[in-house]
Design a protein around this ligand. Sequence first.
Ligand SMILES: [Zn+2]
Ligand SMILES: [Zn+2]
Length: 340
Amino acid sequence: MKVAILYGKETLRIEKREIPAPGEGEVLVRIKTALTCGTDAKVYLRGGHPRMITPPSPFGHEFSGEIVKVGKGVDRWKEGMRIMAVNSAPCFSCYYCKREEYSLCEDLLFLNGAYAEYLLIPERIVRYNVYPLPDSLSFAEGAFLEPFACVLHGIEKIGVKTGNWVSVIGCGPIGLLFLLILKAKGTRVIMIDRILERMEKAKELGADLVLMGKEGVEEGVRNITPQKKGVDISIEAVGNPSTWEQSIKLVRKGGKVLLFGGCAPGTSFTLDTHFLHYHEITVKGVFHHTPPIVKRAYEILRDRIIDVQPLITEKLPLEELGKALQNMIKKSGIKTAILP
Ligand SMILES: [Zn+2]
Ligand SMILES: [Zn+2]
């Protein structure tokens, strides 16, 4: 089978490997669609990720496919079933898991290797985080389970109410997924970016206002909110200390800020202590997803409460993965469906 192997910074090779055989509790999946993701672009640029992937390693974590073989003891899944899944599962026994804070698990098992013809899913993920892909969803739509679960995790942590005013900095794949679920929840959404193509997409997907992310954007946001107070909730979906700072300036008194985008290791940012204190601002960091969230994300996709199809702007074969990642780095297009 063909597998993309990440060797380090911007070094990637498509290699031939043996098709693995599933052991006890495992399933072997023929990948039908793998999606490019901002995290993969970062990993490709930086040559790894402290928590998720150490090269040389197979690569890619958003996928859907068809089961071709199941290991001993697997009875829920059969050959030929279409599935969607996520890239990790917690241990359910550590300090954090016992407190049901599964995204903080000390032994989170990560799965990489979606950019390949076949992928072996480990027993723990088979047990907790694999779902049947309904006939009504395409493989490409099913592959959104992982990124959408991350977004839904953020939405549930920050607590969104119908009628809220929400701003989102970043109109990349994650920012746009936030937009889709926020509109489904009946909020007013202001989207902010600097790339016209992405701003256009946000407009197309129902943003109430799209603003250029330049100086003075705080005023633009305030001006459209009731009594020019600012938004109830501000979300950062870029992963840059300067946009982290900016996102905090957009909320009204009593407002909440969700810092979703992961910044480079070792970076920091500044907070105005008086603003935070006297305006009673809540600032929340968020990471990854949990099995209960994955289940709810699955139900939302299955019931077509959001339509993720418009986020796929290109389809490419596995051989052109390098090009797809370069496009992601250049912020051209939204998501590429890799078809191995
Ligand atoms: Zn991802
Ligand atoms: Zn754990």
